[in-house]
Design a protein around this ligand. Structure first.
Ligand code: SF4
Length: 695
């Protein structure tokens, strides 16, 4: 028996890493028995993982071997409502290649829209052979703006994405402000460090419309109205400047634009900001005093604050606070955001083909692109690492576009998603347990090698290999182009500094060049051209119609008075693993909002606005902020009672900075449809969301 054959039988463990869209990038220990994954748990390769992982990835074998897994390529026959038939890879890729050519010949290559996001954040599963193929072919380009773009634009403009305070250093902080993040659901490995800091006497402030588990353990919870983070942060700036508590010495030495920020903050007294944000002014005043007085102080800036019309300005105002208050220069002081700026390599180092100047489509405008664009119209949509039928704003518009008879849709995915169910060709993709990848954390400071634990399930193939195969069929590949996972892995690592690549390949894990736990303004400084903090980044003004540090009022109306938020939960990573949910997800509402509407827990309700409606069970939840209702992020169509998710109620307008999605600007009304007896799975869902488990 060959040695590799022997390994398939019996039990073994494989060290690998999690590439899902989560800041923690855990190191994993996968137990394999007789060629099948038995279990997945955290390993100790990565200190931050510390031997434990989230419940959702422990369930990953259910995705690997579940009913939703796509076993082989499928081709739809008989038009939009026809059935899928099993196909070979040769048939499926041959059909796709011939449609790409015929569409290019008739409409131009920009009539093809590749569409991908963070189904995997691995460096190999996106922006390797796929980007090379689409760039060479001259398709439309995609602005992947559904998440993180306002915060990332703000971080870039202020600090040039200076690496942030790492989880392990939270224990040195005496004040921690968690703003627009819920680490009990996303980025769970921060929680023990916050607890350790609290045990050592640190104060905790949580800024979130919901009373999350972390908010319940905080010294102060600012349960602000969605979309008002910017005025709360500006009130803190005004307090610091007006009380003489701004660090003028630090500002003079390290920053530009403090005067213009001070001018814009001047109108935001504590009282005025508290009124707009629906907060007790005394609580806000307390937080202002705490932030001025206590050091080291760290702000964990999350992504919840960006998902509204004021999201970019909110991120600017929050991230500017440590500069104005002079909180840098000590361990445990400063801010944490995405750490992607810590690495020197970018995909352009290995794609090897310059980006063409073709049409750029903001992914938040998918519905518009499919229905309205005509120069040229989108005739082919190629979806991978993404499930836009449920994840993009204005879901009704997206679904209408996907239903077009003249649209040719390819979906390349691991499981039969809601988007795949609407496709013309479905291709089976490997998961991170079946192929190589490189996992670069955006919350921490490491990069890890992800190794396959098992052979591909069914006919699944990796992203790298499928796009390389397609390029060959289109005559775009040279014989020396890299086409296998291992070849592309070596190509990508070959673009990195030799010491980084060497450690990654030898040890399986490497720490970023900033050293893993940098003290901001000691070990790392702003990566802006002049090395200073740009508190009033004028380059952003032209793309900010409302102006920098400006507030746009709440879009609520008498007809639609309730704010809808769709927070992450412990069940999915964005929409990944949504197929494993059982029962209908419920809408959570504060009892004070339910009472005048005559609603009770267990009602089947319709939540609606001018864009659409969603039917779901209702749960009364005193942890919701009055005036704000919550339905989980990442739902698939089967998880509501009418097949629409929260995104059916979200407009495809864009954020003030960066062109991001305004998920939390949905304003809605809720009414009872009927009172029904829900099944046990749904009752269990109702009891568990949108709160978080204690890990
Ligand atoms: S999703 Fe996050 S917490 Fe869960 S295993 Fe992956 S990196 Fe770790």
């Amino acid at each position: 028996m060959a040695e590799d054959q022997e390994l398939k039988w019996g039990r073994s463990t494989v060290d690998t890493a999690c590439p899902l869209d989560c800041p923690d990038a855990c190191s994993l220990e996968v137990t394999v028995e007789n060629g099948k994954v038995l279990s997945i748990d955290g390993s100790h390769t990565h200190d931050a993982t510390n031997g434990y992982i989230c419940a959702k990835v422990r369930r990953f074998p259910e995705r690997l071997y579940g009913d939703a897994r796509i076993p082989h390529p499928l081709i739809r026959t008989g038009g939009r409502n026809g059935a899928f038939e099993k196909a070979t890879w040769d048939d499926a890729l041959g059909l796709i290649a011939s449609r790409m050519v015929s569409i290019r010949d008739e409409w131009g290559a920009e009539a093809i829209l590749p569409f991908s996001y963070g189904g995997s954040n691995g460096l190999l599963s996106q922006d390797t052979t796929d980007a090379r193929l689409f760039r060479q072919f001259g398709t439309s380009r995609l602005a992947r703006n559904v998440c993180a773009i306002p915060t990332s634009t703000a971080n870039q403009a202020l600090y040039g994405k200076m690496p942030g305070v790492t989880y392990q250093d939270y224990r040195y902080a005496r004040l921690i402000i968690v703003w627009g993040a819920n680490p009990s659901s996303s980025g769970i490995h921060l929680v023990p460090h916050i607890k350790a800091a609290q045990d050592a006497g640190a104060a905790l402030v949580v800024v979130d419309p919901r009373r999350t588990n972390l908010a319940k353990q905080a010294d102060v919870h600012l349960a602000l109205k969605p979309g008002t983070d910017v005025v709360v942060a500006l009130a803190l700036h005004r307090f610091l400047f007006e009380q003489g508590l701004a660090d003028q010495e630090f500002l003079a030495e390290h920053a530009h634009g403090a005067d213009r920020l001070r001018e814009r903050a001047a109108e935001w007294t504590i009282d005025r900001a508290a009124t707009i944000a629906g907060l007790d002014p005394e609580l806000l005043h307390n937080v202002a005093e705490m932030y001025a007085d206590i050091s080291p102080a760290v702000i964990r800036c999350g992504w919840g604050l960006e998902r509204n019309r004021n999201g970019g300005n909110a991120a600017l105002a929050v991230l500017a606070l440590p500069t104005v208050a002079g909180k840098f220069g000590v361990r445990g002081g400063g801010y944490s955001m995405s750490n992607t700026g810590a690495w020197t390599h970018t995909p352009d180092d290995w794609i090897g083909v310059p980006e063409p100047d073709t049409r750029l489509v903001n992914m938040n405008h998918l519905g518009r692109a499919l229905l309205d664009y005509d120069d040229p119209p989108v005739r082919m949509l190629f979806v991978y690492n993404c499930n836009p039928a449920v994840t993009m704003p204005n879901q009704n518009r997206v679904l209408k576009g996907l239903a077009r008879e003249d649209l040719f849709t390819v979906v390349f995915d691991q499981v039969m998603t809601d988007t795949a169910a609407l496709a013309d060709v479905v291709l089976p993709a490997t998961t991170f347990l079946e192929s190589y990848d490189i996992v670069q954390s955006y919350g921490l400071s490491t990069m890890q090698l992800a190794k396959p634990a098992i052979d591909a399930v069914g006919d699944a193939r990796s992203n790298v290999e499928v796009f390389a195969d397609l390029a060959r069929r289109l005559g775009l590949a040279d014989s020396d182009d890299h086409a296998t996972d291992v070849e592309v892995l070596l190509e990508v690592t070959g673009s990195m500094p030799a010491d980084v690549a060497g450690t990654l390949m030898d040890a399986g894990i490497v720490t970023d060049p900033a050293g893993g736990a940098p003290v901001q303004f000691v070990d790392v400084t702003p990566r802006t051209p002049d090395g200073k903090v740009h508190l009033f980044p004028t380059a952003l003004e032209p793309q900010t119609p409302s102006g920098l540090y400006r507030y746009q009022p709440d879009p609520a109306t008498e007809e639609y008075p309730l704010s809808l938020i769709s927070p992450a939960t412990e069940k999915t990573i964005n929409s990944s693993l949504g197929e494993l949910r059982r029962g209908a997800a419920s809408l959570h509402m504060h009892p004070d909002d339910a009472e005048p509407r005559g609603l009770s827990t267990g009602d089947h309700v319709r939540m609606f606005n001018g864009l659409g409606e969603v039917h779901c069970p209702l749960t009364l939840n005193p942890d919701m902020r009055p005036g704000t209702v919550g339905l989980p992020k990442g739902l698939w169509r089967m998880s509501t009672l009418n097949g629409y998710t929260a995104n059916a109620l979200v407009s495809d307008e864009l954020t003030d900075i960066g062109g991001g999605a305004v998920f939390n600007d949905a304003r809605v009304e809720v009414a009872r449809v009927m009172t029904v007896a829900f099944d046990a799975d749904t009752l269990s869902e109702m009891a568990s969301e949108p709160g978080e488990p204690v890990h």
